[in-house]
Design a protein. Structure first.
Length: 83
């Protein structure tokens, strides 16, 4: 997401269905990675603010899987399909 759009969002802000929340940022804003989108649901950010770990060790897998539920249910995607 573009840095400009991130600055316009606030924690706890309500988003309506169909409301645009931002634009894809350029690769310069994203560590030279191509533009892409992550959709992640997180129950509790813990001590993290503005960012959340993208990987974990095998010993942490269950904790992160519980804290970050599979969004397939809400997106209407079959959970058994791996993209």
């Amino acid at each position: 997401m573009s840095i400009k759009d991130l600055k316009e969002l606030t924690i706890g802000q309500r988003i309506k269905r169909g409301e645009r929340i931002g634009h894809l940022g350029s690769s310069l804003e994203n560590g030279n990675w191509p533009a892409h989108l992550h959709f992640q649901m997180i129950r509790n950010l813990g001590d993290n603010s503005g960012d959340y770990p993208g990987v974990c060790s095998a010993s942490e897998k269950e904790r992160y899987a519980t804290n970050c539920p599979d969004p397939a249910l809400w997106l209407g995607i079959r959970a058994d399909i791996i993209y």
